[in-house]
Design a binder for this molecule. Sequence first.
Ligand SMILES: Cc1cc2nc3c(=O)[nH]c(=O)nc-3n(C[C@H](O)[C@H](O)[C@H](O)COP(=O)(O)OP(=O)(O)OC[C@H]3O[C@@H](n4cnc5c(N)ncnc54)[C@H](O)[C@@H]3O)c2cc1C
Length: 398
Amino acid sequence: MNLSFSADEQAFRQQVRDFLATSLPNEIRERVRLGRRLTADDHIRWQNILSARGWLAVNWPETHGGPGWGPVERHIFDEECAAAHAPTIVPFGVNMVAPVIIKFGSEAQQYYYLPRILNNQDWWCQGYSEPGAGSDLASLKTRAVRDGDHYVVTGQKTWTTLGQYANMMFCLVRTDPEAKKQAGISFLLIDMASPGITVRPIITLDGAHEVNEVFLDEVRVPVANRIGDEGQGWTCAKFLLTHERTGIAGLGHAKQALRHLKQLASCVQHRGRPLLELASFRQRVIRAELELMALEVTNLRVIAAARDGGMPGAESSLLKVRGSELRQELSELTRRALGPAALPFLPEFLYGDTELDDPVLAVSAAGAPQYFNRRKLSIYGGSNEIQKSIVAKTILGM
Ligand SMILES: Cc1cc2nc3c(=O)[nH]c(=O)nc-3n(C[C@H](O)[C@H](O)[C@H](O)COP(=O)(O)OP(=O)(O)OC[C@H]3O[C@@H](n4cnc5c(N)ncnc54)[C@H](O)[C@@H]3O)c2cc1C
């Protein structure tokens, strides 16, 4: 197993760096660097730039418009994007529903939806979770009753990320209440403009509107919008979840957060000396750095195995657990480094283009909101407790 990068891979890294240096708009880079909130237009603008370069659908096969990269190129690309403060790609269309459409969709569905995802014409959201069906997703209750060439869908979805911008939702519905839990589920593509859909915001701890509740009241969905056979939804759902978990360790982001933390803790003074020299603080930073290095080696091992034809199994759960814990620790240390400067909550700065004259305040304003926002990392994409159970069963045989 070779964990080092070849000359070609290093040349590819330089190519990505050059592209980011010239193509990532400065105002977007600054918003990400300062932890400001991005608008839907910021995301679409950046994704259009990537799409024009052929680098948006990095997980897709070349036959459908992917760049033909292997796992190493994808890893390098993610790392460089995080280092350059590029926005994270909104995953629901390009990285989540698209692979399902490619694997299970009909030719007509592929022909219609895939180009729209590549062109950022459609904004997708994920209608999986319900109140009472999160970790135990298969107990979902949203009903779809057949009526001619339509389904009539009624139920409630929750935690729908960025659903306020979405015009399409991929949704798990129960088409057969009599069948075994998993067997009665189907996978539908729902137009968010359909009569009977209500989207209500959920405001999170950091004051952000990132997630929503979606109510479906007798929504008519054409049968042609079903992916795969009726009752095959669980297979699609599981396939999609493996894509959701890939990259959730967020190594590139963790590296960027560590660089930021070290820089901050070298500037912030504690009793006349840089905070980074305070033994108790320094120890935690060093431990985080060591854990990050260990996680990176694990990640590279998984990538090397994939390059040699292997499939990541429970390792992706392991990466998710350790990656999310580490990113939470880094945001906790950053908040501590900022101290009282993290306290002011300045929505006008986070949302708007207001400039802050005070450079310390400009770097600090996102400290507390980001700390609160990072709490989500250990919950979404399958909570860490559930991932630990997967590791216990599949690796430890417990
Ligand atoms: C910020 C955010 C964004 C999200 N975005 C989306 C989205 O866009 N679309 C979507 O469909 N969903 C989304 N989710 C939902 C997410 O997938 C669920 O929150 C997650 O699966 C956990 O489900 P739950 O919240 O219902 O918690 P529950 O399943 O009720 O679990 C509560 C607690 O009990 C633990 N627990 C439950 N069962 C077990 C068990 N068997 N063994 C050990 N511990 C257990 C859990 O780990 C957790 O700590 C999002 C969630 C968050 C927080």
